[in-house]
Design a protein around this ligand. Sequence first.
Ligand code: NAI
Length: 328
Amino acid sequence: TRTPVNVTVTGAAGQIGYALLFRIASGQLLGADVPVRLRLLEIPQAVKAAEGTAMELDDCAFPLLSGIDITDDAKTAFDGVNVALLVGARPRTKGMERGDLLEANGGIFKPQGEAINAGAADDVRVLVVGNPANTNALIAQRHAPDVPAERFTAMTRLDHNRALSQLAKKLGVSITDIKKMTIWGNHSATQYPDLFHAEVNGRVAAEAVDDQAWLENDFIPTVAKRGAAIIEARGASSAASAANAAIDHVYDWVNGTAEGDWVSMAVPSDGSYGVPEGLISSFPVTVEDGKYSIVQGLEIDEFSRGRIDASVAELVEERDAVQALGLI
Ligand code: NAI
């Protein structure tokens, strides 16, 4: 039998945690033959609720779940961790300025980065879901100097999946007819879902759509503002779809992407496509042997260039703001 993989989930008692933990324990995160040991990190006030979720996990009698530990201590939570899902974050509340938001999250992601640095397994992979995800990932990464920088990623897979779904609806095709979708930039309203490199049954998606007005005024804003639309409709933010995207992100990172396709991940830039080195920005990536590579050589036209630059400019501003606050 295989040694269990240590999976740590922060914010385990939250909405996304509830939608995520059962799928991890059932084998969907890593594969149907990989046993997992769950570590749940919560703030002290939410430990009891996490214990309740753990009781339900027990009651599922998942054959692959080899144990659950619950803690409010980051060092304990990340000791020996192989896969770290950083979901818990400080949400923006009314009247909160961006600086306050970044500072509050710095207080979470700095110690978590340090704890990962101190105790994580050599093969650790980190996915940051908690917003502002790209910049939270940057903060954690900067406080884990002994971990290879490329192990820190942030989630734009939900945006990627939203883009697939909107495009499939528009063209009346199935999701499997679409390949090479890309989200560029920040997981925020400035993100750029790109139809100029996506393919629908082998044809460039933007040409298949042949409607620049729809692309600019409908598709891009619908994908970028979908989170707000979900809150408006559901009275709560995306949870199951966010958990699903986290599963997709890690599964593909570990098990690889399909031949002739790619996925979107926010990863530390190596300078590709003019994105300043070190910024954690979304790119098209392929994965082979557990390692991702940014897809190279795509031609970027003027429209896409402008959109990518605008989102990357926002990431630069966020980085400069956390730098000014002494968080990195
Ligand atoms: P939630 O508020 O239901 O749960 C968050 C949980 O995190 C709470 O249980 C809280 O106690 C916990 N938490 C707070 N600080 C913590 C700390 N220092 N250590 C451990 N746990 C801590 O929120 P929900 O709906 O589960 O969302 C979580 C995050 O994911 C939010 O920041 C949200 O904006 C973000 N999100 C990101 C998406 C993406 O596409 N990247 C999509 C949807 C949500």
